[in-house]
Design a protein around this ligand. Sequence first.
Ligand code: UT7
Length: 335
Amino acid sequence: MTYPTPRAAVLTGIGSWLPPDELTNADLEARLDTTDEWIRSRTGIASRRRVSPGMSTSDLAVEAGGRALKSSGQDSVDAVVLATTTPDELCPATAPQVATRLGLPMVPAFDVSAVCAGFLYGLSVAAGLIATGAADRVLLIGAEAFTTLIDPDDRSTAAIFGDGAGAVVLRAGNPDEPGALGPVVLGSDGSRSDLAEVPAGGARRRVPTPEASPYLQMQGREIFRHAVRHMTAACRTATEAAGWQLADVDRLVAHQANIRIITSVADGLGIPPERRASNIERVGNTAGASVPVLLAEENASGGLVAGQRVLLTAFGGGLAWGAATLVWPSLASAQ
Ligand code: UT7
């Protein structure tokens, strides 16, 4: 039995926003047993942004979402999907509040929770909404106030994570037009959920105890190994599914977890340094916001130009990962 090709999700708007409060390596040096040299050489990070008191994920999402709508040239969509690990409240989802604040009341709006792979999972969800005809236009936002999950005294995580938001608008279109999302490859491995977890605050352990921290506990070295393996494999599968050779890839836009992870993945795929996009030095690891923030910044700076073949990939807690391809379209950059 064959079915007609579903309509594609086509990228038509993009935007990002970082909170103004900056946390430099020098700030961390002043407070923790760490050095600028250690952080730069082990992670590639020099600085990151963080929410200031009173600011939360929805505030970041509204800023980025508004810019993506403006870039798309239209102010309405049929659905809002928010990829986040840090909803404003445990209940309800944050997306409906974001939709309302963006002047999009009454549209379907919900959160997707896949930590650093959240934007890739969100792309798949948005593409599904469009393919089935449930929506003609979807606003997908990756927004994280991830530093709210970080113990400021834990040098192994405080040096890595930052906050921010990136957003895209996807519209119904043809699979062969620029901006059309290729097959999205996703995966997960719940047997290693312990490698990056926030033990307290959820349904199993509502209240923190000496044994159950309310902060992210991460086994960095183990995560590193899995990240390289799964992102490399997902990239191979996604390019193959799109009918591309790896040599066809003009820009690799990988989750900005650690410069050494990005280097290992790109080296393994044979993608040379000049084709690797990166903002980790300035932005740090912003979890589910990482890929859309990088896409928006590259689009604005001319690092991404129309016609380039772009490979996206992400990996993080869950474990969860993903990869996808698209030919970059011509997109306005909204400030
Ligand atoms: O976003 C998706 C999920 N997260 C990731 O993908 C993170 C992946 N992992 C990583 O990025 C790296 O594993 C880290 C950057 C987290 C750590 O780098 P590493 O090279 O794997 O170091 P390590 O965890 O094996 O630690 C080496 C040493 C340890 O000291 P001992 O036990 O050897 O004495 C750490 O205590 O480095 C120490 N260390 C630090 N030293 C100075 C850890 N953090 C710091 C720090 N400053 N900030």
